[in-house]
Ligand binder design. Structure first.
Ligand code: 7TS
Length: 413
């Protein structure tokens, strides 16, 4: 039995794996070992069944129909919003359904940014960011004549906090930073980042894409102004995500898109906008995605995020140890505070070639720059091999990964 005694109780990985049908298949003649969870995670039966149930029983458009199915669909969608709100300790009106983290950043940059950022103002991001937390801010800076500042990163892949403090000034209007780096797994000290930004009057956007699947995030405890995350990384569907914003800020922000649902009244002369959160939800949304996200959050809460976090930490430590036994392999990203990502390089081996050979052995990893080209530039590399973990991964899968890397390296050298 694959079971892990954690300080918070037993995580029965075997039982958990039974909930993920996709894991039980062979790829290229070998049992699938899925280690690309930072790109997207797999879906448990609870999520698959919730989507099936929606289409089999009550598919309908929401908020508008008086009929029975429309009521069921509206209730399920709004219940999912409530689940998300409770999960991150927010109010329901602060939970905006969007397509994913990318849209969450773009929404804040377009709406808050266009209104509150002007010529000569500054926006701070970190050197660890995913392209989706770089490009929207660059676009805003270009449009407004604002300046983008970047917190440098040390050799371990940690932000240099003292350098951050030096970047902050009354000109800083927005700080936007990932909670956890997708390329290296670094956990940023976001609570401290937020507190310091608030001292100069800046608002903070937290990119929670890699945090929500692995740890409890409480927006009140962090005191973040905005938080974005993607459903598909947290065991739900693609095409759904969340933008949390403090109600007082969302109230001040203009709509991002115009259309149905986001209005109170429309005449050709003037439109008045709907209340939160509908003001930011123009058009028919991804209804099944919202319902799936609610089901996914209930699923991880039933297991317990503290147990998940503890188990994954042990798995990460084990994986680090195992990989470092391989000659000429180095881990890229050695932060003291790290989560669920093993980025590595083997001397004289191209990451892509290694990725292909691992795939031939049924092992799914990602290779390349992981949408973090500036971070790769910082380390003077083109990319890495990245094995990213979820709570359904096991110690024996790590053993298989290490064995397969060893075998592949022999073939490639
Ligand atoms: N921010 C971070 C930290 C991410 O890891 C990702 C996706 C995004 C934003 C964008 O999320 P999306 O759902 O809107 O696309 N990261 C990855 C990855 O590491 N591999 O594939 C996608």
């Amino acid at each position: 039995m694959i079971a892990e005694q954690t300080t918070t109780g037993l995580l029965d990985v075997e039982l958990i794996r039974k909930q993920f049908p996709i894991l039980h298949q062979h790829v290229n003649g070998n049992p699938l070992i899925y280690l690309d969870n930072a790109a997207t995670s797999q879906k448990p039966l609870a999520v698959i069944d919730a989507i099936d149930d929606y289409y089999e029983r009550y598919n309908s458009n929401i908020h508008r129909g008086a009929h029975h199915l429309a009521q069921l669909a509206t209730e399920a969608y709004e219940n999912a919003r409530k689940t998300v709100a409770q999960h991150i300790n927010a109010e329901e009106r602060e939970i905006n359904f969007v397509r994913g983290t990318t849209e969450a950043v773009n929404l804040v940059a377009s709406s808050y940014g266009r209104k509150f950022v002007g010529t000569g103002d500054e926006i701070i991001i970190s050197g660890l960011e995913h392209h989706s937390n770089i490009v929207p801010w660059q676009m805003l800076c270009e449009e407004k004549g604002a300046v983008l500042k970047v917190i440098p990163v040390n050799e371990a892949g940690e932000i240099i906090f003292e350098a951050y403090l030096k970047l902050l000034s009354p000109k800083t209007k927005i700080v936007s930073i990932a909670y956890i780096s997708n390329a290296l797994g670094t956990i940023n000290p976001v609570k401290e980042v937020i507190a310091e930004a608030h001292k100069v009057g800046a608002v903070v956007f937290i990119d929670g894409a890699q945090a929500l699947p692995h740890k409890k995030v409480d927006v009140k405890e962090l005191d973040c102004d905005f938080l974005g995350f993607s459903g598909h990384k947290v065991f739900a569907s693609t095409g759904i995500g969340i933008l949390y914003g403090k109600a007082a800020l969302l109230e001040q922000m203009p709509p991002y898109m115009g259309g149905g649902e986001m209005i109170k009244t429309v005449t050709f002369e003037k439109t008045t906008y709907n209340d939160l959160p509908y003001k930011f939800e123009a058009g028919t949304p991804n209804i099944e995605g919202g319902i799936a996200l609610g089901a996914a959050i209930n699923f991880i809460n039933e297991i317990g995020l503290h147990k998940i976090e503890h188990y994954e930490h042990k798995l990460l430590e084990y994986g680090t140890e195992k990989l470092l036994e391989i000659e000429e392999l180095r881990i890229v990203g050695t932060a003291a505070n790290k989560s669920s990502v093993l980025s590595f390089l083997v001397k004289d081996v191209h990451p892509y070639d290694l990725g292909v050979l691992l795939d031939q052995q049924g092992i799914a990893i990602r290779t390349g720059h992981h949408c973090c080209q500036p971070l790769m530039d910082r380390f003077g590399i083109e990319g890495t091999c990245r094995a990213s973990l979820a709570f359904y991964n096991t110690h024996s899968e790590i053993d298989a990964l290490a064995k397969a890397v060893k075998r592949a390296v022999i073939m490639l050298k």
